[in-house]
Design a protein around this ligand. Structure first.
Ligand SMILES: Nc1ncnc2c1ncn2[C@@H]1O[C@H](COP(=O)(O)OP(=O)(O)OP(=O)(O)O)[C@@H](O)[C@H]1O
Ligand SMILES: [Mg+2]
Length: 349
């Protein structure tokens, strides 16, 4: 008998693991045999014993659960299991992460179609913009910054719908004692340079991360490399960004310009809003005949899914879109930066 959380959330199988939690595929049971797929995110044991982290996690989960947008993976519930450990119940995105999609192309010697990368980018930017322009019940600006836009946190469903996951949860890490002042945790390789100097997150820090994600998904390789986190920080601060034109030739100049603007060292030189960047990508797509509708994205996800499943012939996924071991490996990404704390210093002016 599978584990049942809160009397209604059935835990089925492990789908993946990140720096903060384990994600399980599950299902929720309603009346008259109603069953709906869900993702259950269980906070890793050391963190779930840290009261300060939990306080922040609860607060963030509450704020983020208010975010309602078609491109944001919805939080359905938040509770504790019998052992007192916290879990989040999320919308199950039946598809692949952008990291897996990219991996499928790379393994088969193919490049990701640039127009689909741009189309996916537009959806991610819509999600970010909605959170950046959030207002509180009194109408005052109360933006939520994602803080962890990475290829693992962008999912594309088998229907071709793009969902940004883990909104704001990185902030719980930052604000708790897990990360003492002056330390940053998480996926360092996607941080804007000013965040490595302890600047506050902003729309522009999220846009820089989008730039890194799009760059990598097009290039098929990491932008800011290095197994050692300090080295990664060094390359971010040094802004050693190879010209995309040298990595692949088929990318339109305009797309390189758009990504280049997101990747500016100074926040003020980046796009003023996620909406503005999305508008430029959309204008670019209008100049191409290539279709980028959700059907085309869906077909690409099905193709990528088959490629990844073939890599794991010994244990092909039993469910059409349940993550098998090959997917878990692809998601973990060979070059994922270890989740290590690094001391950061203030920017010298
Ligand atoms: N809502 C979801 N629906 C389906 N699968 C998901 C969902 N959320 C996460 N996953 C899967 O679980 C994996 C682990 O997710 P998790 O968010 O814990 O880690 P991560 O995104 O790799 O890192 P981080 O800790 O920075 O978020 C993801 O890579 C993805 O494959
Ligand atoms: Mg995640």
């Amino acid at each position: 008998m599978a584990e049942l959380l809160g009397g209604k959330y059935e835990v089925l199988e492990l789908a993946g693991e990140g720096g903060m939690a384990k994600v399980y595929r599950g299902q929720t049971h309603g009346a008259a045999g109603f069953v709906r797929p869900i993702a259950i995110k269980r906070v890793l044991a050391p963190l779930s014993q840290n009261p300060e982290f939990l306080k922040m996690f609860v607060e963030e989960a509450r704020v983020v659960s208010e975010l309602e947008h078609p491109n944001i993976a919805q939080i359905h519930d938040f509770d504790r299991d019998r052992a007192g450990e916290y879990y989040l119940v999320l919308e199950w995105v039946d598809g692949l992460t952008l990291a897996e999609w990219r991996q499928a192309h790379r393994k088969h010697g193919q490049q990701t179609p640039w127009h689909l990368v741009a189309a996916i980018g537009i959806e991610v930017l819509k999600a970010l913009h909605a959170a950046h322009v959030r207002v509180d019940p009194t109408g005052s600006p109360a933006p939520i910054f994602h803080r962890d836009v990475t290829p693992q946190n962008v999912m594309v469903s088998k229907c071709g719908v793009v969902k940004l996951t883990d909104f704001g949860l990185a902030r719980a890490m930052d604000r708790s004692s897990i990360t003492k002042p002056g330390f940053v945790k998480g996926k360092i390789a996607y941080l804007a340079p000013e965040l490595t100097y302890e600047a506050d997150p902003s729309a522009q820090t999220d846009l820089f991360s989008v730039g890194v994600v799009l760059w990598e998904v097009l290039a098929g390789e990491k932008l800011f490399k290095g197994k050692d986190p300090l080295k990664v920080v060094g390359t971010i601060r040094g802004m050693e960004i190879p010209n995309l034109a040298e990595v692949r030739r088929d990318i339109p100049v305009r797309l390189r310009e758009i990504i280049g603007r997101a990747l500016q060292r100074e926040a003020n030189d980046r796009y003023p809003t996620a909406h503005a960047m999305g508008r430029d990508l959309a204008a670019l797509l209008r100049t191409t005949e290539e279709p980028t509708d959700s059907d085309v994205i869906a077909r690409s996800i099905h193709w990528a899914r088959r490629q990844l499943a073939e890599d794991d012939q010994t244990e092909a996924p039993t469910k059409p879109f349940a993550a098998g071991p090959a997917l878990a490996r692809a998601g973990a990404a060979d070059e994922t930066i270890p989740d290590t704390s690094i001391p950061l210093t203030r920017r010298r002016r």
